[in-house]
Design a protein around this ligand. Structure first.
Ligand code: NDP
Length: 446
């Protein structure tokens, strides 16, 4: 490791002990940025990177709620307001038992660069809880969301901080959170994105992350005169991002052969077509079942406790969670001929996996670029809320495609090497950094 990065990271580790995912995210960004900052001393003197790595505000609170048996349950609630240099804080809420301060800080840190890449005026934030919606009744989820918002409402607002969904927070949870916010504030504003269609939501927001990651894969393949048409695609996860990536890949002529959840993956060599995907959507979004049921329903193989990266594929789209592609998984992907990795999830590849992808000159689109379509359409939802207008499906989708192309162009501008190879990690980090850093310089030491 570059000794300058090592020195920087030592300070981060000392200041933020035990926050492993946060250290990992900062390291990856620092590796791209420190050489760039050395060449641009104005950023160095103003300690921009040091400031970006320190949240503007961290809010931690108690979330007490009553379960269906009348027993009191207590969870932790968090909101990390990371950076507001280019706009109000913006980023999702995650409800999952693995949530802790380090995980949310990594996500908020990534969000700053991602939001900057979208070209829209949004700062970065992230929040959530260690609450697990799995196995809870709708009433329990509602009581939890109401309690969560009863504290969060005083810290957020349509011009201050606008949360959205993430793992474990979909349309149902956004609805309960919005209802409680409206009741407490007595105002109907665009304080959350991912809202329902008939109460302020945007068309294409549910689809945006999965569609965007697919458009980004297509852009990457295009640089080598290739496309998704006819490609075998391995997808992990079976939630929001995985479902709509499956839909878009299929529409663009690719064949999706895997889906997974935290218990294992299914392999369907015939491809997960529209009919099967509709069944998955019903299973996951309404019945809230497990992906293993797909194997029983369609007579395909289910691999308990495994990840889909051992399957032969041309393109991989990790759409579940952080660190789900480890070095061994990356080796298998490369060995089996995978040429492109487009990350729908945040930081799904470990540093060793990323190093391998770059060494092997894989088209590797890191999450902060490839999955920025979700927050981009959240930004478009905010615009529509401000104008009190709704755009058509075509209009939002066209804007999403344009934004994904622009993000790709930014990555290319800052990431293209002399030998022609595009290092999307460097491109996304430097491209996302400049806009935020210049705004911070303009605004003084705040
Ligand atoms: P969902 O809750 O809809 O789905 C998450 C999926 O990932 C589920 O299939 C879940 O399986 C699986 N999963 C979650 N945790 C783990 C784990 N520890 N190990 C293995 N599998 C796991 O979330 P989303 O689809 O919204 O989010 C997926 C990823 O995309 C996340 O990294 C998120 O940060 C990222 N993302 C999402 C955006 C959005 O707009 N929703 C925007 C940008 C990024 P199970 O049901 O078993 O838990």
């Amino acid at each position: 490791m570059d000794p300058r990065v090592e020195k920087f990271l030592a300070v981060i580790k000392a200041k933020n002990p035990g926050e492993n995912e946060f250290h990992q995210a900062v390291m990856e960004v620092a590796e791209s940025l420190i050489p760039f900052i050395e060449e641009n001393p104005k950023y160095k003197h103003a300690k921009i990177l040091e400031r970006i790595a320190e949240p503007e505000r961290v809010i931690l609170f108690r979330v007490p709620w009553l379960d269906d048996k009348g027993e009191v349950q207590i969870n932790k609630g968090y909101r990390i307001e990371m950076n507001s240099a280019i706009g109000p804080y913006k980023g999702g809420l995650r409800f999952h038992p693995t949530v802790n301060l380090g995980v949310l800080k990594f996500l908020a840190f990534e969000q700053v660069f991602k939001n900057s890449l979208t070209t829209l005026p949004m700062g970065g934030g992230k929040g959530g809880s260690d609450f697990d919606p799995k196995g809870k009744s709708d009433n329990e989820v509602m009581r939890f969301c109401q309690s969560f918002m009863s504290e969060l409402f005083r810290h957020i607002g349509p011009d201050t901080d606008i949360p959205a969904g993430d793992i474990g927070v979909g349309g149902r949870e956004i609805g309960y959170l919005f209802g409680q916010y409206k009741r407490l504030r007595n105002e109907f504003t665009g304080v959350l994105t991912g809202k329902g269609r008939n109460w302020g939501g945007s068309l294409i927001r549910p689809e945006a992350t999965g569609y965007g990651a697919t458009y980004f894969a297509e852009e990457m393949l295009k640089t080598r005169g290739d496309s998704l048409k006819g490609k075998i695609v391995a997808i992990s996860g079976s939630g929001n991002v995985a479902q709509y990536a499956t839909e878009k890949v299929t529409q663009m002529g690719g064949k999706v052969v895997t889906l997974s959840d935290s218990a294992g993956y299914i392999y369907d060599p015939a491809g997960i077509d529209e009919k099967k995907l509709n069944w998955v959507m019903e299973l996951k979004n309404i019945k809230r079942g497990r992906i293993s049921e797909y194997a029983e329903k369609f007579g395909v193989e289910y691999f308990e406790g495994k990840r889909p990266w051992e399957v032969k594929c041309d393109v991989a789209m990790p759409n579940a969670t952080q660190n789900e592609i480890e070095e061994e998984d990356a080796k298998m992907l490369v060995k089996n001929g995978c040429v492109c990795v487009s990350e729908g999830a945040n930081m799904p590849s470990t540093p060793a996996a990323v190093t391998l992808f770059l060494e092997k000159k894989i088209l590797y689109g890191p999450g902060k670029a490839a999955n920025a379509g979700g927050v981009a359409v959240s930004g478009l939802e905010m615009t529509q809320n401000s104008m009190r207008l709704n755009w058509t499906r075509e209009e939002v989708d066209t804007r999403l495609q344009m934004i994904m192309k622009e993000i790709h162009a930014t990555c290319e501008k800052y990431g293209r090497k002399e030998n022609g190879f595009i290092n999307y990690v460097e491109g996304a980090n430097i491209g996302g950094f400049i806009k935020v850093a210049d705004a911070m310089l303009d605004q003084g030491v705040v």
